[in-house]
Write a protein that binds this ligand. Structure first.
Ligand SMILES: *[C@@H]1O[C@H](CO)[C@@H](O)[C@H](O)[C@H]1NC(C)=O
Ligand SMILES: *[C@@H]1O[C@H](CO)[C@@H](O)[C@H](O)[C@H]1NC(C)=O
Ligand SMILES: *[C@@H]1O[C@H](CO)[C@@H](O)[C@H](O)[C@H]1NC(C)=O
Ligand SMILES: *[C@@H]1O[C@H](CO)[C@@H](O)[C@H](O)[C@H]1NC(C)=O
Length: 462
């Protein structure tokens, strides 16, 4: 971003603040205060990559890109405390350098409306620590007390529980985990509330990242109950298909395919979100999940090799026998490609053509031997329109480092995936514009909307 854009942008904010103050001479104003949540994950390991393309430091993040940043990850220990994963989370490597927590939190100096939460858990962390923490009332009480201290000491605005997943035996969850999770969440919510009343500080936010597949949701969550206590609930509506299937399938379809097999009919965003709603979670508390990566396959052809030669095919398709594609040049994990790595593959090889799947409403790359299910600006925009039409409260995106941070690879501007979501969500549906009466004392919320609008203008003109 150039200095002049930033300057004019700051001026717009200043004008917006001034405007709001004038409006607020009396106690009510008809200013709209509605903002869709844009919750972005920051992965601390991404700041340690060696090359300029894939490394993402806190200073690379546009402070107005997200309404919330979840710092991934913190650990939950069996000793009932939260602990940092990396040595440099708390303190920099040298006496004068800052820790990673502090560097992310520093973004709030530019955007005071930004909220930064600590996300604890993750897929590889699994149920370790969480089992112990949710075991009985005494453990819950101790953990909650320790958590408040850890979050406040490190100046976080909230806690994001990323236990993958209560009720998941394959992920080490013990039998008490479903009811234990509810009790843990209830206690965290009560204590966060009381602590805010007692200290006069803004209440710590309590949120979670949760499963998208019905069998996992039913096994792990007392949905109606936990949704009462969370400020919002983020459904990880991606990773529906990947190399573990042994055949090609899309990472994050919006809808099912026509004639989709019964088992997979609900493995898409539309259906997963409705499972949460059907089980009693209010729509406005739910966030849809987006991924700034794709899942990639090496395709052998339906019959594999014939007489030592690959089966002749121009284009691979869904459901073909496949294994994880070769790792990306930068992210180096077989079967997973960052958005910018997909851009590069498309640019460098004319055989890697992009197609659009009409039923699923998502793009895919298909050549003779490669198949990638991913998201682009078009599919993200459509998913955000879906979000608004159905009245969901926001979006989460995994993760900041996987987007094209500077725009130099994909040539679609900085953070094209995140900005596509932001752009679409800043266009409020008619019924949400100028409908809410808001007290002047809630001045911050009003300013947020102005931030959102002014930034959108900036993007369009740059
Ligand atoms: C605000 O407006 C109401 C009615 O419009 C009026 O009764 C009240 O006195 C006003 N308050 C102030 C502080 O101006
Ligand atoms: C990486 O970025 C740094 C500073 O941002 C620059 O000095 C360096 O030349 C870059 N390296 C490459 C290989 O582009
Ligand atoms: C969305 O999901 C619901 C429930 O699974 C289904 O009835 C509906 O047809 C789906 N909508 C589309 C457009 O596929
Ligand atoms: C608005 O935000 C500022 C800075 O974060 C904070 O100090 C202030 O208390 C907030 N005001 C309200 C009414 O929430």
């Amino acid at each position: 971003m150039t200095t002049s854009i930033l300057t004019s942008f700051m001026m717009i904010i200043w004008l917006a603040v001034k405007q709001v103050r004038t409006d607020c001479l009396n106690d009510t104003t008809t200013e709209s205060t509605f903002v869709y949540r844009r919750v972005c994950y920051f992965a601390n390991w991404a700041a340690k990559r060696y090359d300029n393309i894939s490394r993402l430091t806190p200073e690379d993040i546009d402070p107005f890109l997200c309404t919330h940043i979840n710092f991934a990850f913190g650990k939950v220990l069996e000793s009932l405390v939260i602990a940092p994963y990396e040595e440099d989370d708390l303190k920099g490597w040298t006496a004068s350098s800052k820790g990673m927590y502090e560097r992310v939190l520093k973004l709030k100096e530019v955007n005071p409306d930004l909220r930064v939460l600590l996300s604890v858990g993750g897929w590889t962390h699994a149920s370790r620590g969480f089992n112990e923490v949710s075991k009985n009332a005494a453990n819950i009480k101790t953990f909650v007390k320790n958590s408040v201290k850890f979050l406040r000491d490190n100046k976080f605005d909230g806690l994001d529980l990323d236990w993958e997943y209560p009720g998941a035996k394959d992920q080490g969850a013990e039998p008490h985990s479903k009811t234990g999770y509810t009790k843990l969440v209830k206690k965290l919510s009560r204590v966060f509330q009381r602590e805010a009343e007692r200290t006069g500080q803004e209440k710590l936010l309590l949120t979670c990242a949760t499963a998208a597949a019905r069998h996992r949701i039913e096994a792990g969550y007392e949905v109606e109950e936990v949704c009462k206590y969370f400020d919002f609930v983020s459904v990880m509506t991606y990773d529906y298909h990947g190399s573990w299937d042994g055949k090609t399938g899309h990472n994050s379809p919006l809808y099912a395919m026509r004639n989709e097999r019964k088992k997979f009919r609900e493995w898409n965003i539309n259906s997963s979100m409705l499972v949460w709603v059907e089980l009693g979670c209010p729509k406005e508390k739910l966030n849809i999940g987006l991924s700034a990566y794709g899942r990639a396959f090496s395709v052998f052809g339906e019959t594999g090799m014939t007489n030592g030669k690959p089966a002749p095919k121009k284009k691979s398709s869904i459901g073909m026998k496949a294994s994880a594609a070769e790792a990306g040049k930068y992210t180096r994990e077989a079967g997973v490609l960052a958005y910018y790595e997909i851009c590069e593959l498309i640019q460098n090889n004319p055989n890697n053509r992009v197609f659009w799947h009409r039923d699923m409403s998502v793009p895919y790359v298909s050549s003779k031997a490669l198949w990638i299910g991913f998201d682009n600006i078009r599919s993200v925009t459509l998913k955000m329109q879906f979000l608004k039409e159905h009245g969901y409260g926001g979006v989460i995106i995994w993760s900041l480092d996987l987007d094209d941070k500077t725009g130099e690879v994909c040539h679609e501007g900085p953070f094209p995936i995140f900005n596509a979501a932001k752009r679409e969500l800043s266009i409020l549906p008619e019924h949400l514009v100028h409908t809410k009466i808001k007290k002047c004392s809630d001045i911050n919320a009003t300013i947020t909307v102005e931030h959102l609008r002014s930034k959108t203008t900036t993007i369009k003109t740059s």
